[in-house]
Ligand binder design. Sequence first.
Ligand code: ZN
Length: 567
Amino acid sequence: MKRTAWVAAAFAGFAAAFAVFAAPPVLEPAELVLTNGAVYTVNGARSWAQAVGITRGRIVFVGTDAAAKTRVGPNTRVVDLGGKMVLPGFHDSHVHPVLGGVDTLDCDLNDAATPAAALESVRKYASAHPDKKWVRGTGWALTLFPDGNPSRTLLDTVVSDRPVFLWASDGHSAWVNSKALALAGVTKATPDPPAGRIERDQATGEPSGTLRESAADLVAKHLPERTPQELEDGLRAALKIANRFGLTSLLEANASEEDLETYTALEKRGELTARIFASIHCDPDKGVAEVPRLRALRTKYAGKRLRPEGIKIFADGVLETRTAAVLEPYTGFPGDRGKPNLTPEVFGPLATALDKEGFQIHVHAIGDRAVRMSLDAIEAARKANGVRDARHHLAHIELIDPADIPRFRRLGVVANFQPFWANGDRWLTELTEPKLGPERSRWLYPIQSVVASGAAFAFGSDWDVSSMNPLDGIEVAVTRREPEKGPGAGWLPEERITLPDAIAGYTIRGAYVDFSEKETGSLEVGKSADLIVLDKNLFEIPPSQIHDAKVLWTLLEGKEVFRAKGF
Ligand SMILES: [Zn+2]
């Protein structure tokens, strides 16, 4: 037998055997079939499909329209997508749903473009809520005021009879009126707390009305506690926004016990319309002594959609106000390298103890010194406990020393960027770059360098610090420009990434961070039907228009959690 004939015979025999023993199974019709779509599956091959079949919340078919016909029965609901794009549901790997949601019920200063507009919002809110003992608000931009430093006297002009407390949009500074300072007993004689700063009038030394980092707590601790009802209303508002933006998985970035209680309350009532992986807040001052409490919370609040398996540690503050920990002094501030929130002597043993308990560590690290300290602490944990599938992650990572970039991959640490911030806006050009100088500024948000290093990465919004819309983050990751500015040159364009990588950062790579990549994050048979339909195919529009695309339909476990009007 010639070799080719032998091969042919063998194949014929094999095919015959296959026909006998593996006749095509009679496939059950699907409950729901989406056809005529541009389905970007985000599977390993990043392949495209036309149709998706769903039964009992699971994906049972992904393929062509022709093949999908075999899954349509008399009771199948068929939805013709008219060529629209389908993606896996988005994942936000760093977001504050309860905190941000409650903020939406307070005075919202996010849209105030001038100091006058901010003051007018405060005045209006105060007069609309005469019953509130405190006027609370959030979202004012540091860029509205010289040095990000608004005064109490300005605020006194609109509200002087009641205390006013307003978080800046980044959550690291607070603007208060004179009444609030008086009520909290913060005076000229009050020293700066260890990890904070009371801004003062240069002539008199009196507190001027802006409080940085832990100094804000001096007043914040006097705010009335949020009621469980307020927290639940806030979370419900946040979930609505999330589902509207196509988000089906949220990594809660800093959960208190009250937050966990809130998620549980909604889950019990079937109102938790996103998967929640929570990082529980850890007090670095208590260090290793925190571990038993954290372990108890993990057990107590474990649910089906709520998984409190991460621990949040704040390593430092932010660059704009020089509270981020940097390796070399801030440019123009000799000797000032910022303030880390914990020492390496505390961080190493804490990370080791948490890792040993099987927790995932989630660090807020912004300056290059904080990034290095965090990697060192995780390296120490790996040395002590051995290598495990821990998926610890560093969030924000705004400034990374190039020597530390390869360490993410080497240590299995996920780089959790908030790509929207890399847009070259005034926060960067006016408040950040001048404090770092040009040489260091090159290493602000080095997303492509990290991606190219082979490290795991994931993306999040840090809402309500900035927009929760993943399409805003995807656009900036690809363009490095402010979305409203239209097409043009990007800021540090060498750090732009591709659209497939940007989408992966908000889907399958987000699923990796919360250990759900076998369940969600891509459109593959067997996975949960967490998916969205968009009005535009992101691959067929200019990158500068990505933020204008709209989510039309959001499904979680095959159930509709959002549908746009008219879809
Ligand atoms: Zn955050």
